[in-house]
Design a protein around this ligand. Structure first.
Ligand SMILES: Nc1ncnc2c1ncn2[C@@H]1O[C@H](COP(=O)(O)OP(=O)(O)OP(=O)(O)O)[C@@H](O)[C@H]1O
Ligand SMILES: [Mg+2]
Length: 316
């Protein structure tokens, strides 16, 4: 069963008196208790997609069309007060920089306690017990003692864990992780991925995991979507996409991953486009080694190849 469905979402940003489209008919679905990875280069629309779910986009953002269905309601139709009930309690966001969601002036403890008091209605020593429990769950050593610490006394990895602990405390149904591990070293990255897997198992939490690193997500994610220039160009199980990538862009992304056997790195030629560039056809065409005549004339529809949906004329 899908817990979240993004349907035909198109969004533009207004700047210099013009509208520039950042999302083009984005379709994504997240199954309950599963992890969906969204992968793609910088600027392809990953964060904008995540922010749309919680209605947290910049004020110059304008939804052009689409629906975001959660529990039989369209989140795009909710007002700010209704949306506040969804944020945290139902859907939590772990942003790229955890400092943006922790207040440097308050202790870790007071910030977790606030969440627990609001979302679980616990007070005093009961709330404190719960705070220690969630910190222990994310494997913060000496949890009781550490409640008195300030965010700057924690390492980047520990701050990520604190945000994850808050999401657990809220019993969020969906946790959206926006490149939460980019700033961390690889061993800490792996620990955070393990932690997310544990949470998924214990609470049946559903995850959207945003990353530009396919290598990090493919083992943990169940399904994956590859985005390019505001389009979802390929969508399938994570395993299928990683093992048999269909879209030339996905193939290039995977080839660009470090290969420890050959130490060869194949960069994708050219630059990703900006939302200000106009394309009549496929926006990957200028960088594509498999381009055909039709590619710069018409944007490809989705073609189904086994379980995969792929927007590329090669599969017509
Ligand atoms: N407030 C804004 N006004 C104008 N353009 C914006 C705004 N916010 C984002 N954009 C543009 O929308 C596009 C998508 O941005 P987004 O932040 O979703 O990229 P991303 O895939 O998350 O990239 P990264 O991997 O660097 O985080 C980019 O071209 C970006 O410049
Ligand atoms: Mg981003």
């Amino acid at each position: 069963m899908n817990i979240l469905e993004i349907k035909n979402l198109s969004l533009a940003f207004h700047s210099d008196d013009k509208d520039y489209q950042a999302l083009h008919n984005v379709n994504l679905s997240l199954e309950e208790g599963k992890m969906l990875a969204i992968v793609g280069e910088s600027g392809c629309g990953k964060t904008v997609t995540a922010m749309s779910v919680l209605n947290l986009n910049a004020p110059n953002a304008k939804i052009l069309s689409g629906e975001i269905i959660y529990k039989n309601q369209d989140l795009l139709k909710l007002n700010e007060k209704e949306m506040q009930k969804i944020r945290g309690r139902e859907i939590a966001l772990i942003p790229q920089d955890p400092m943006t969601s922790l207040n440097p002036l308050y202790t870790i403890g007071s910030q977790i306690l606030e969440v627990i008091e609001i979302h679980q209605g616990l007070k005093g020593s009961e709330a404190e017990k719960k705070a220690v429990k969630v910190l222990e769950q994310v494997k913060i050593p000496n949890a009781k003692e550490r409640l008195k610490a300030y965010p700057h006394e924690f390492s980047g990895g520990m701050r990520q864990r604190v945000i994850i602990a808050m999401a657990i405390a809220c019993k969020s149904k969906i946790i959206i992780c926006d490149e939460p591990t980019t700033a961390l070293d690889v061993t800490v990255q792996a620990q955070i991925m393990e932690l997310l897997k544990d949470i998924q198992k214990e609470y049946n939490t559903s995850f959207i995991f945003i990353s530009h690193d396919f290598g990090l997500v493919y083992e943990t994610a169940d399904t994956a979507a590859v985005m390019y220039n505001g389009h979802v160009v390929e969508n399938s199980s994570a395993e299928e996409i990683f093992k048999i990538p269909k879209h030339p862009y996905t193939q290039a992304l995977i080839k660009a991953l470090p290969d420890f056997n050959t130490s060869k790195l194949e960069a994708i030629e050219g630059q990703p486009p900006s939302i200000k560039d106009y394309f009549k056809g496929c926006s990957f065409e200028p960088r594509c080694s498999k381009r055909m005549d039709i590619c710069n004339k018409e944007f490809p529809p989705y073609f189904s190849i086994d379980k995969t949906k792929c927007a590329c004329w090669l599969y017509k």
